[in-house]
Design a protein around this ligand. Structure first.
Ligand SMILES: Cc1ncc(COP(=O)(O)O)c(C=O)c1O
Ligand SMILES: [Zn+2]
Length: 456
């Protein structure tokens, strides 16, 4: 048996339509295409499969299972993939998310977001010292292209898929970052666009949506009400709504966060990972990414524990995880972490299951702790994150102080959005500096008088 097959004996493409067996593998290894010319590549995605009842569907724009309304997952032909691709092939490709295109559901070259992804994984020794941790890394999607959040990844997949399906109009319901990403990438892709958001979104996120010329529909209500309206729109109009009828494809884009972390660690999985949660898709897709890499034999299992982070003011998933049950009780959000403010999360129970079966935990923090988290990351590592990142840092600190995260093990924290998008959240805690006149004496008097003289 080939040593690269790990875990159970069953092929992950279940049922394996290619009849692969772990014993035989596939002798005909096809040299994978380089990304510059993936136009000719055959997708390894074989069908959609219901997460609950396992019914399968063809790869079409479907919102949910017709039998039980559960989400649909993209299933790949892992046996063929294993036979065709080596991790060394990946290393030669351009530094963007499409270097893993065989594990994404496109049939042709991406239409938008060609430069998205492969953001830095930064070793964070100063934050590690502040938290009393031995080995800490920050996955920095605050600098993702083009709109500075991890949502650029999911949108790059969703809109490229929308183009393959022939949609000329696209849209989404959003807590902000998705709105920015859909607006920017649909402008670049030439789509007509409708974006539905709660009216009380941060000004920065409103501007960073409207600037691209999208139709911005502000709704008097919270995200869950916005999302309901969006589902009705998707039923009536033949549009590609990225988080409704394109959701199965869209969510797959989040796997690339996991692939990149593993590759950037030298094809190694971290022992712990802390992930912010809103709908709960990102954490479940990083989990799926790690499983796929193990199944392909590209990484050794590391018993990775998944920790999900929320704001206490909107914590349906972390609350369920703390109770030890996948039953989600919807909440009415009230927090400065607006990007995470989803009271009735679509992937919530699935996220809890993944957290608990990994041996991890869910937790949440108050708004003041979120601001402290933003400042701590900025002051120690020079990375300015939005409120969602403040949640991640603050929950990491809380879990360490409660000894639920092991400081002697490797930890990755996922920073998913940029601080310039939520400036208002930290403005109040920064002291207002009075201007001085352009005089050396005034500068020294104001800034150096209390400090010991500097030798020259
Ligand atoms: C910055 C940021 N981080 C994390 C998330 C959580 O993603 P998910 O809804 O997949 O749980 C969101 C969702 O909007 C977000 O905007
Ligand atoms: Zn079903």
């Amino acid at each position: 048996m080939d040593s690269r097959f790990r875990g159970n004996d069953k092929c992950l493409c279940d049922p394996c339509i290619s009849g692969h067996s772990r014993e035989s593998g596939n002798p005909q290894r096809v040299i994978p295409a380089k990304l510059e010319s993936i136009g000719g590549i055959v997708s390894y995605a074989v069908h959609l499969k219901c997460r609950e009842c396992a019914r399968t569907y063809p790869l079409e724009p479907l919102a949910a299972c017709e039998e039980c309304w559960a989400p649909l997952e993209v299933v790949y032909d892992y046996g063929k993939l294993w036979a065709d691709l080596r991790r060394e092939d990946i290393a030669e490709r351009p530094a963007n998310m499409w270097r893993y295109h065989e594990l994404l559901p496109l049939d042709s070259e991406p239409w938008v977001g060609k430069q998205t992804g492969f953001t830095p994984l930064v070793a964070a020794p100063r934050l590690a010292r502040a938290l009393g941790v031995r080995e800490l890394y920050v996955k920095n999607d605050a600098v993702n292209h083009p709109t500075l959040s991890f949502k650029d990844r999911v949108v790059a997949v969703a809109l490229s898929k929308a183009r393959e399906f022939g949609f000329d109009t696209v849209g989404c319901s959003s807590t902000g970052n998705l709105a920015n990403a859909v607006a920017a990438q649909s402008a670049a892709g030439g789509f007509k666009t409708f974006i539905f958001v709660p009216a009380d979104l941060e000004l920065e996120k409103i501007i960073a949506t409207r600037i691209y010329g999208a139709n911005l529909v502000k709704i008097q209500g919270n995200y869950d009400q916005v999302n309901r309206l969006c589902s009705e729109v998707a039923q009536k109009h033949s549009w590609g709504i990225v988080n409704v009828n394109l959701r199965s494809y869209y969510a797959e884009g989040s796997k690339t966060v996991g692939f990149e972390i593993a590759e950037q660690l030298g094809w190694r999985l971290p022992q712990n990972i802390v992930v912010p949660m809103a709908g709960g898709a990102l954490i479940t897709k990083i989990y799926k990414a790690f499983e796929e890499l193990k199944e392909l034999g590209w990484v050794e299992p590391a018993g990775t524990k998944f920790f999900g982070a929320q704001a206490t003011g909107c914590s349906p998933i972390s609350t369920a995880a703390k109770r030890g049950t996948p039953e989600i009780e919807p909440q009415k959000p009230h927090t400065i972490a607006k990007s995470l403010a989803i009271g009735n999360p679509a992937d919530g129970s699935f996220a809890v299951k993944r957290i608990l079966e990994s041996g991890g935990a869910g937790d949440d923090v108050a708004d003041e702790e979120i601001v402290e988290g933003i400042c701590l990351l900025a002051e120690t590592e020079g990375i300015f994150t939005e409120t969602a990142g403040g949640v991640t840092v603050a929950v990491t600190r809380k879990l360490l102080s409660q000894e639920r995260l092991n400081p002697d093990e490797s930890i990755v924290i996922t920073i998913t959005g940029n601080g310039l998008k939520t400036v208002g959240a930290v403005k109040g805690c920064l002291e207002e500096e009075e201007a001085i006149r352009p005089r050396l004496a005034e500068f020294e008097d104001r800034y150096l008088s209390a400090t010991p003289a500097i030798a020259v």
